[in-house]
Design a binder for this molecule. Structure first.
Ligand code: ADP
Length: 167
């Protein structure tokens, strides 16, 4: 965004929208290897929250995304008073840290969907690991590109060992 763009400050702000929705806006950020279960768990959580009357929005992508940009979108959703759920491999600590820092304190919840590479390769629902191992996909996280596990996530889910419901 250009430095010349100045946002107007309007009286209807995040606390007002949060109060109207009777919820605490959050970004719940799911990070983990491809096939670790991010999308499945985020989707299940969204269903539960919606059923309980919360207002949510799920951001989910199969492929590598520009994390900074997705983070800005998640932030906007939270500013609108929503509980936004983001499911992205987001393999680099520095990228996730950028998103944490653009959020107001306490509104970024990092969830490490922790399934081992072996488990993910075994699941491989879209055959992506097989392709990466044959060299047909380059820079695939876990194969020829690193995954940097969160050091202090708000939550770690042992996603190779628990059911989706338990997760
Ligand atoms: P991601 O979004 O991390 O790439 P997905 O949510 O698409 O992963 O899950 C990949 C596969 O693993 C899917 O086939 C899904 O059904 C399965 N799966 C997800 N979570 C679990 C779990 N806790 N136990 C067993 N299988 C799971």
């Amino acid at each position: 965004m250009s430095d010349n763009v100045v946002w107007h400050s309007h009286p209807v702000d995040q606390p007002t929208r949060a109060e109207q929705k009777n919820q605490r806006p959050l970004v719940i950020w799911f990070t983990g290897l491809s096939a670790s279960g991010k999308s499945t768990i985020a989707g299940a959580l969204e269903q539960i929250l919606t059923h309980q009357g919360y207002h949510t929005y799920l951001l989910d992508a199969d492929r590598e995304e520009n994390i900074r940009r997705v983070g800005e979108v998640a932030k906007l959703m939270a500013d609108a008073g929503l509980i936004s759920l983001a499911a992205f491999i987001s393999p680099f600590c520095a990228d996730r840290q950028i998103v944490r820092e653009i959020m107001p304190d306490g509104q970024f919840v990092e969830v490490f969907v922790d399934a081992s590479l072996d488990v993910c390769k075994e699941r491989d629902p879209k055959g992506l690991y097989a392709k990466a191992e044959r060299g047909e996909i380059k820079q695939f996280t876990g194969i020829d590109s690193p995954y940097e596990a969160p050091e202090q996530p708000e939550l770690r889910i042992p996603a190779g060992e628990v059911s989706v419901a338990e997760a």
